[in-house]
Design a protein around this ligand. Structure first.
Ligand SMILES: O=C(O)CCC(=O)C(=O)O
Length: 256
């Protein structure tokens, strides 16, 4: 069994410095084709049910619960191992997965830190996997490089204000373009957003979020943290280990 310390040092350094790291070709064409077919079928059902005109994307949480192949791919050792290496821990649990399909005309996701709504007492890491090539104008995810070092900040009244603050704090704005199979791992402390999809193509992606095993539910929760807690940590109590049925151990380093 691999140990978390074996993840390439340069990736850990880059993640520590920038708050995100792009892993090219993280999933190969075969892995991706099967996953994409299944997630697209589910998206097709969801988009027909969702008649909203103004939205940011069509999202399905925890699709892994309904399909064994989706589970095997999204909760694979490779993903958990990389997440553990970047978090610098020996074992990670699943926070949740989210299929994220941004249709033509879907709007911007404003600047935010995922940690702001997290009900647990540890930073997490997200893996955002491109199911197709993703260009900036399709609504790729945009990162404020280095912003994970700013700590947890209050939300801003507008996207413009947030971006002004991030740039004034010395963060450069980066929008990596991805090919199908590339993944971006990002810290829950880092500020990110995604722009509107101004193309005629659907932006297809899936996110997987992990936290260190041993993290606990915060003793007191804001209204938004409470919403996430109910959704993704059912049956746990404030102050207890965050290890509900929805938070399986995805990777644990072995002894050798
Ligand atoms: O997929 C998007 O457009 C936004 C994703 C995001 O904010 C996240 O992964 O935390």
């Amino acid at each position: 069994m691999v140990r978390s310390g074996e993840i390439e040092q340069h990736r850990r350094d880059e993640f520590r410095e920038k708050g995100f790291v792009v892993v090219r070709g993280f999933f190969d064409a075969d892995e991706l084709a099967a996953l994409r077919r299944l997630l697209l079928q589910r998206f097709d059902v969801l988009r027909r049910a969702d008649q909203r005109k103004l939205k940011r994307y069509t999202r399905e949480d925890n699709a892994w619960l309904s399909d064994e192949l989706i589970r095997r791919v999204l909760l694979s050792e490779k993903v958990g191992f990389t997440a553990a290496g970047l978090l610098g821990c020996n074992a990670v649990r699943l926070y949740h997965t989210a299929s994220l399909f941004k249709e033509p005309g879907d709007g911007e996701v404003p600047w935010h830190q995922d940690q702001f709504v997290s009900p647990i007492d540890s930073p997490a890491v997200g893996c955002w996997l491109a199911l197709t090539d993703v260009r900036r104008e399709m609504g790729s995810v945009v990162f404020a490089q280095g912003s994970h070092k700013l700590g947890l900040l209050p939300e801003f009244e507008s996207a413009e204000r947030a971006e002004e603050m991030l740039v004034a704090s010395g963060c450069s704005i980066r929008a990596p373009e991805l090919n199908a199979g590339d993944a971006i791992f990002h810290s829950s402390m880092g500020w990110h957003m995604s722009s509107a999809n101004s193309t005629s193509l659907v932006r297809e992606a899936v996110g997987m979020f992990f936290f260190p095993d041993g993290a606990r539910v915060l003793p007191s929760l804001t209204a938004r943290q409470r919403t996430e807690w109910r959704l993704f940590f059912p049956g746990t109590l404030p102050g207890e280990f965050a290890s509900s049925v929805l938070n399986p151990l995805v990777y644990e380093a072995g002894d050798s």
